[in-house]
Write a protein that binds this ligand. Structure first.
Ligand code: GLA
Length: 732
């Protein structure tokens, strides 16, 4: 396992437990991709075929060799300038507008451990001896422009994970501009592929979409300055025919929270190219002599056992090598959040009643959501003025925190640090600190503007103002919100506007990193109108994210199902809210709301003190159940048990790593007259073992549970939810 270089053939091989990734340096110094898929032995070099193809030009380094064209060969990273007309990953422009760069291999280094990226989140490892984690750095040169490009590869063999990133250093005398700088391209010489992407909208994020990659260039992405509700920077490339449990597939996730793009295209001779990185619209990044630009990281994972196998490894990767959780290895706190119960109509009395009711139910943490600061009684003012409204709260923030703590609950607070309201003292003092076009009124969204985190002064203010709030008392949780998309990426302080969107993201990461080091125990929950910035970049700083503003348990089933392809349940915050639901008007039983919210980071978001007694009783039980199963939900292998679009139910399960227990949740999504029996097939159990259902005491053959399934009760109640807890019988 690991990274190997064959000196004779100039072939690089990256080997993981179940995959091989191979490319070579050819006689012209170009890196040609050979293979990525299940383990192979030896070289895949013979797959390269050379033909004279009309209208596919030849690089000058190849002299008169007409059969050599970068336009038809599979490449490691496509850089505009050497004759590849397909969509490039990198486009470099000089100050006089010449577009194109030609790089050739210079040297490489293989190191133990995983590389880091300056200022950017990335997969981390503890580099323990024997883990097999290695990095490869390949240096390419363009002597004409004086540019050095480094292709970085990391490998985590046991998880079948390969990471990639690129740096570009200007060692020349003149500034260059990056018009496009994607992090990775993957050229598959043969094969037919689909790609599975995740689209959505506010309140209905991450719907699963599978399309064939064919002779039509396809692109998804976000031009919103954030990863967005509309598309997600995670995708799966699946060999045609690959399903949940069989076939080859590849995960591709971008560790970035700004605008991104992903492209898929099958070229004229059938090579499939998939690539991913920073959104090119609005991107024009200067790299001056002596400077280095670093792309965000792309993480790749391979499974030969369908999307289920991919999910298990992917979740392990994110939980252990991406998320940095102050609660790592410990139970997540059960929270009650004030938002849907009272919106901005909060005061001391309400908060203390909520705390008291929360304590009675066994809840750990109370989070005061929007409405506690400035003169914020609706969403038209005060963002930026992070000073508690003491007349509304009838006390200081410090006092409120103490009183909530005295009730036995920890205290959390909502903040939206990246935003400013035009009606705020901050905006009145510094109108040029908001991103907006000079001489024009800005496009408003929720009547708020975005602060210019590309500007050092603004970053300093934001960090200081948050620290001031956090120093008011024992604040142990922050919900970090971001409630609009960026539109006018014009910074009054910037020398060049094409760098603003990316510098904004770097500024955000810098602030979050500083907060993490100043308050190492603080748990930050990410949020962007729910799941508008649910990405690997944010998860590096915010171990959990509010999955969606849509709290209807039925809609949540689909949202959580889609999200689970790219992210582990423990990262998804989900709350029990009232019925009928605020957003859909749908009525659902309290048990169903509980089971759906126990998908991940569990909590409540309703007026607990005024809940009917029977619901309070149910909630108390839910808190106990969650605490009992929390470790299994947080650390177990997660399985989607069916596709809710295909059946009248939605089931999912968590299996402990030692396979001794499995927690299975299922919700009936629809009832039809004379309903046939629904059978739920389990996954991930130990083959040939026996499991006993804790509720009924019935023992089942694991193979049968997985192949024929478990009949679900035929109770004619829509939206009914069931829990099964299976415990493995000890072998005789
Ligand atoms: C966003 C969040 C909500 C809530 C409100 C407060 O919409 O997603 O959960 O915090 O902001 O304004």
């Amino acid at each position: 396992m690991g990274i190997y270089f064959d000196e004779d053939k100039k072939i690089f091989t990256i080997e993981t437990n179940h995959s091989t990734y191979q490319f070579l340096v050819d006689e012209y110094g170009n890196l040609l991709h050979l293979y990525y898929g299940s383990n192979i032995q030896g070289s895949a070099e013979y797959l390269l075929q050379y033909r004279d193809r009309g209208f596919s030009g030849n690089p000058s380094s190849a002299g008169n060799e007409r059969t050599y064209s970068m336009d038809v060969l599979p490449v490691e990273l496509s850089i505009w300038g050497n004759g590849d007309y397909r969509s490039p990953a990198f486009v470099v422009e000089t100050e006089d507008g010449a577009r194109g760069a030609v790089f050739a291999y210079a040297s490489h280094e293989i190191r133990q451990g995983k590389y880091r990226l300056a200022g950017l989140p990335a997969v981390y490892t503890d580099d323990a001896e024997g883990s097999g984690v290695q990095s490869l750095e390949i240096l390419l040169n363009d002597p004409v422009l004086g540019l050095e490009m480094r292709l970085l590869y990391g490998v985590l063999p046991e998880l079948d994970v390969i990471t990639r990133a690129v740096t570009l250093t200007n060692t020349g005398k003149h500034k260059v501009y990056l018009e496009k700088a994607l992090s990775a391209s993957l050229d598959f010489i043969t094969g037919d592929y689909d790609w599975i992407t995740f689209h959505g909208r506010h309140m209905m994020e991450r719907n699963v979409h599978r399309t064939h990659i064919d002779k039509i260039g396809q692109m998804i992405g976000s031009r919103r300055g954030a990863s967005s509700h509309q598309y997600n920077p995670f995708l799966i490339v699946a060999e045609e025919g690959t399903g949940e449990s069989t076939g080859s597939c590849y995960a591709m996730g971008l560790v970035y929270s700004g605008g991104f793009q992903a492209e898929a295209e099958q070229d004229q001779f059938g090579t499939t190219r998939v690539q991913m990185g920073i959104q090119e619209a609005g991107f024009h990044y200067p790299v001056a002599p002596g400077e280095t630009f670093t792309t965000p990281e792309v993480v790749l994972a391979y499974s030969g056992e369908g999307t289920d196998g991919l999910t298990v490894k992917w979740h392990d990767l994110i939980r252990n090598h991406m998320i940095r959780d102050p609660y790592k290895g410990q139970p997540k706190p059960v929270v009650v959040n004030s938002w849907e119960g009272a919106y901005m109509d909060i005061n001391r009395e309400y908060i203390l009643q909520l705390a008291e009711a929360g304590r009675e139910l066994g809840i750990d943490m109370l989070v005061v959501d929007d409405g506690w600061f400035g003169k914020r009684n609706d969403d038209n003012s005060s963002l930026g003025d992070w000073v508690a409204n003491e007349s509304k709260l009838s006390c200081s923030l410090s006092r409120l925190i103490e009183d909530v703590n005295a009730e036995g609950l920890r205290f959390g607070l909502w903040l939206e640090p990246e935003m400013v309201s035009e009606d705020s003292d901050l905006y009145r003092a510094h109108p040029d600190w908001a991103l907006k076009l000079p001489g024009r009124s800005p496009v408003r969204s929720r009547n708020q503007l975005v602060l210019d985190l590309a500007n050092d002064q603004v970053k300093k203010y934001v960090l200081e103002s948050i620290c001031r709030v956090l120093d008011a008392g024992n604040i142990e949780f922050v919900k970090w919100d971001f409630n609009r998309s960026i539109y006018e990426a014009y910074s009054a302080g910037a020398d060049h506007q094409g760098s603003v969107l990316h510098d904004y993201v770097l500024g955000l990461y810098e602030i979050l990193e500083q907060l993490r080091s100043k308050y190492p125990k603080l748990l930050i929950e990410g949020c962007s109108g729910g799941g508008g910035r649910f990405d690997l970049g944010m998860l590096y700083y915010t171990p959990q994210i509010w999955t969606s503003d849509n709290t209807d348990p039925m809609d949540r089933l689909w949202i959580q199902y889609g999200t689970s392809f790219g992210y582990p349940p423990a990262a998804m915050a989900a709350h029990v809210t009232k019925s009928p639901n605020e957003h859909t008007g749908r009525r659902t039983p309290v048990e169903t709301r509980g089971i759906t919210a126990m998908y991940g980071a569990f909590g409540f978001e309703l007026d607990l003190a005024r809940m009917p007694e029977n619901e309070k009783e149910a909630a108390r039980k839910q808190v106990m159940d969650y605490k009992r199963f929390e470790q299994l939900i947080r650390e177990g292998d997660y399985y989607r048990l069916n596709d809710p679009d295909r059946e009248n139910f939605c089931g999912w399960g968590f299996v402990s790593k030692d396979k001794r227990q499995a927690l299975v949740h299922v919700v009936i999504t629809q009832i039809r007259g004379n309903e046939p029996v629904n059978y739920l097939k389990l996954k991930g159990l130990k083959q040939d073992a026996f499991y006993t259902d804790e509720n009924t005491g019935i023992t089942y053959d694991a193979n049968l549970l997985m192949s024929a399934g478990l009949p679900l009760p035929l109770e004619h109640r829509e939206y009914r939810a069931y829990r099964f807890h299976f415990v493995m019988e000890e072998a005789q």
